[in-house]
Design a protein around this ligand. Sequence first.
Ligand code: 5AD
Ligand code: FES
Length: 353
Amino acid sequence: MNGFDPVRELDIRRDLSDASLRLLLQSEQWDSSLAAAADDKRRKIYGDEVYLRGLIEFSNFCKNNCYYCGIRAGNQNAVRYRLSKEEILDCCTQGYDLGFRTFVLQSGEDPFFTDALICGIVSEIRVRFPDCAITLSLGEKTRESYKAYFDAGANRYLLRHETADDTHYRKLHPESMSLQNRKRCLYDLKEIGYQVGSGFMVGSPYQTADCLIEDLRFLQALGPDMIGIGPYIPHKETPFAAFSSGSLSLTLRLISILRLLFPYALIPSTTALGTIHPQGRELGLKAGANVVMPNLSPVRVRKLYELYENKICTGEESAQCRGCLEQRIAAAGYRAVTAVGNVKKEKQNDDDC
Ligand code: 5AD
Ligand code: FES
């Protein structure tokens, strides 16, 4: 195709046709120019700053049975744990002293943590650390629950849609779950006023290029502030044990496409990316990501929050992990910052009014 440059078009127009997206996804041809354009874009908006988020994985109990996930209810061999409110607050204190100004509280869908318990934890964090952002990642809840957490002081919510394709969704999840409810959750969260994060796994079983295009289209409709993607990685105690991991190159390609489609988004370079390649997170940053999420959970539980196998950073104390990441970020040519790191919004052009 003479003169056809999908990267340039994506960069300028912030969109592409399905056909051009498919080409971009399925070829290595544009990988270096795509990553360069994405890095350029992120530097224009976020400079060389990489935001640190302290991740606290406070319960690995889960009532769901997603076929890909190592902490699914059906995994009888998972060793389950819950942190107490005091333990969670201790993690925050440690994190605060290390400079973290965002805490991400993540768990499986654990009915033990009632709304009253979650609100109690959130409001205590809000009182003790008023200058911090509180991000929740607790799965699908009712609109009322989301509203209660928000009123208690939570600001952000992460809920990956996992796949926006109905048929694909059915292949990854049992009958009890639905894509429709997941989308409902995301729109409720947005309406309530959260900064919302969504995303999907790359290379999950049965995923096609068309599924990925649907994922991108869904994200365009939702308009999230944060977009988290990472490669699928198998876990031996799941029905998908025999499927292989998603690829590094496709994940990087998608990070760059996301940066160009959503210039202002907060995009993490994920632990899963660091798990499939020793330099995975650094490469993710160079491909356009601008967030990393070091683990603040107590070391004794880290290995137990095992969504997939060989997860990295499970043996390190929080301070070590933070130091390690800071060095890695610097070596990759960026700067770790401890600011609260809210999403930057595009300035409205007066001419548009
Ligand atoms: N491989 C990679 N990512 C996974 N997740 C769950 N299981 C796996 C796996 N086997 C991701 C899902 C979920 C997030 C917390 O972790 O996308 O939303
Ligand atoms: Fe966690 Fe290196 S980033 S130990």
